[in-house]
Design a protein around this ligand. Structure first.
Ligand code: GTR
Length: 428
C-alpha cells in the first residue's frame, strides 16, 4: 500500500475510535419497542411482597433510595438557614384581582447568589388561604406575565433571541414572552395562587457544578457532585421544597394544598420533588418524557443514553450505567409515580410530542396504579389509552392533548378541574 494511503487509513481509524458519536438514533416504531418486564412497586428488592401499610413505607424508602443513588442523585439532607427579603408587593396586580409579591430567598449568610426569587400572585377575593400551583420557569419570572413590576432576572440563562434573551441575559424584550404557558388571570379567577421561580436561580441549566446551589454542600476541595450525588434536576427539586418551606410562612396561602407542576425538564423536577417531599398535596407532570413520567425500558423517542449524552448534568453520574442498558435498572419511571401515592397525580402528554413517548407516559400511570390501589385509592381508572383531548380522571389523571410539546391553556384547564376535584373546589 502506498505509504500515504496507509497513513491516512490509520489516521481515520484512529479518529473514528476517538471521536465516534454514539448512535442514539431514536426509535418511533411501536413494533421495535423491546419486550420488557417492569419491576413491581409492591415487591421489595429481596423479592418479598409488600403486605401492610408499614411495609409500603419501607418499600417507599427503598424505591426513593434507588432513584436517589441511580437516577437523580442523592439530595443533601443538611438543612440550610434560609433568609428572606421581600422585593416587592403590589396589592392591585392583574387589574386589582391579585396581590403580586416577590420574595428573595438567600441560601447562605451572604446577600449574594445563590438565591431564588419567588414570584407570587395571590387572589384578592379569597376569604381564606388560597390553594396554590408552584412551578419553575425556563427564562425568568418576568417572562410569565407582562406586568412591568416583576423583577427582570439578571441570572445566566440559555440563549434565546426570540424570547429576548441576549448573551445569556434577559432583556426588557423578554417580559411576558411565556404568557401562553402561565394563564395567571385564569388561575386567579379560579381561586388559586400562582407561584413560580426561575429554575436557573437554583441551578443554571448547564454542565457546570461550580454555580447554583451544589457548591453550598461540597466537602472542602470538592468541585462537582460524586457519582451518586444530585445533578441539576435534583437541585431544582430541592429548590421547589425550599419554596414550599417559604409558602408555609405565607398566611394567604394554604400550604396543605400546594400542587407542584412542571413542563418537560421542569416536569421531571416536579415529579422528583413530589416523590421526595410528601408535603406537596398534588403533583403535575406536563410532557416530562424521558427521566420524567415515560417508561425508560420502552426506549421510544428520547432514551436514557441520549438524555445523558445531551444533558450530562441533569442526572447523577451513576445513571450513565444504564445508557442502552435500561433493563439493568432496578426501577422504572412508574415507580417514581407510585411514590406520589396516595396523593393526586396528573400526567399529561401531547400527540405530536413523540420525543417524550406519550404511550410510555400513559403506561407509567397505569403501572403506578397498583400502589394507589394498595393504599385504598383509585389510581388511573383505565388501562386503555384515551382518545386525544379526552382526559381520564381518578386519583391519577391523564390526558393526551392535540398539538406539540408545550403547556397551554387546555392543559391548565384540566389541572384546574383536577385541583377543584381533589382540593374540594376551594373558591373565594
Ligand atoms: C429536550 C429534552 C427533553 C425535554 C425538553 C425540554 O431537549 O430532550 O428531555 O426536557 O428538552 O425541557 O423542553
Amino acid at each position: 500500500m502506498n505509504y500515504f494511503l496507509f497513513l491516512f487509513s490509520q489516521l481515520s481509524l484512529f479518529s473514528s475510535v476517538l471521536f465516534a458519536q454514539p448512535d442514539f438514533t431514536p426509535n418511533y416504531d411501536e413494533d421495535k419497542v423491546p419486550t420488557y418486564t417492569l419491576p413491581d412497586p409492591l415487591v421489595f428488592e429481596n423479592d418479598e411482597k409488600v403486605e401492610s401499610q408499614s411495609g409500603w413505607q419501607e418499600r417507599r424508602t427503598e424505591i426513593l433510595q434507588l432513584f436517589a443513588s441511580q437516577v437523580y442523585g442523592k439530595t443533601p439532607n443538611q438543612s440550610l438557614d434560609l433568609r428572606t427579603k421581600i422585593l416587592s408587593t403590589n396589592k392591585q396586580a392583574l387589574d386589582g384581582k391579585a396581590t403580586r409579591k416577590e420574595v428573595r430567598v438567600f441560601f447562605s449568610k451572604r446577600d449574594a447568589r445563590p438565591y431564588m426569587d419567588i414570584l407570587l400572585f395571590v387572589p384578592n377575593s379569597a376569604n381564606r388561604p388560597a390553594p396554590a400551583f408552584l412551578g419553575l420557569n425556563f427564562y425568568g419570572n418576568q417572562t410569565i406575565h407582562p406586568d412591568p413590576g416583576i423583577t427582570l432576572s439578571d441570572q445566566w440563562m440559555r440563549a434565546n433571541e426570540d424570547f429576548g434573551i441576549v448573551d445569556h441575559r434577559a432583556t426588557e424584550a423578554s417580559r411576558g414572552v411565556r404568557v401562553s404557558r402561565w394563564p395567571a388571570e385564569t388561575i386567579i379567577d379560579r381561586g388559586y395562587a400562582l407561584v413560580t421561580i426561575y429554575c436557573g436561580d437554583i441551578d443554571p441549566d448547564k454542565n457546570d457544578f461550580l454555580d447554583g446551589v451544589h457548591p453550598l454542600f461540597y466537602e472542602s476541595g470538592q468541585q462537582e457532585p460524586s457519582d451518586e450525588e444530585w445533578g441539576t434536576i435534583g437541585a431544582w427539586a430541592w429548590g421547589l421544597s425550599r419554596a414550599l418551606d417559604h409558602l408555609q410562612t405565607e398566611e394567604t396561602i394554604d400550604s396543605d394544598q400546594v400542587a407542584v407542576i412542571g413542563h418537560s425538564r421542569l416536569g421531571k423536577a416536579s415529579l422528583w420533588a413530589g416523590a421526595q417531599d410528601e408535603r406537596f398535596a398534588m403533583v403535575i407532570s406536563n410532557n416530562s418524557g424521558c427521566g420524567g413520567a415515560a417508561l425508560s425500558r420502552r426506549a421510544y423517542g428520547e432514551t436514557v443514553g441520549r438524555i445523558n449524552h445531551n444533558f450530562p448534568h441533569w442526572f447523577c453520574n451513576n445513571f450513565e450505567q444504564y445508557n442502552k442498558n435500561e433493563f439493568s435498572l432496578s426501577v422504572d419511571q412508574h415507580m417514581l409515580l407510585s411514590l406520589v401515592a396516595p396523593r393526586p397525580l396528573y400526567v399529561a402528554s401531547a400527540k405530536e410530542d413523540q420525543w417524550a413517548d406519550p404511550k410510555g407516559e400513559f403506561l407509567s400511570a397505569v403501572y403506578a396504579t397498583p400502589a394507589y390501589q394498595f393504599l385504598g385509592k383509585e389510581g388511573l381508572p383505565t388501562t386503555q389509552m384515551p382518545p386525544v383531548d379526552e382526559p381520564v380522571i381518578g386519583t391519577i389523571g391523564y390526558h393526551i392533548r392535540s398539538g406539540g410539546h408545550d403547556i397551554n391553556s387546555y392543559d391548565w384547564e384540566q389541572y384546574l378541574n383536577f385541583a377543584d376535584k381533589h382540593f374540594g373546589g376551594k373558591r373565594p
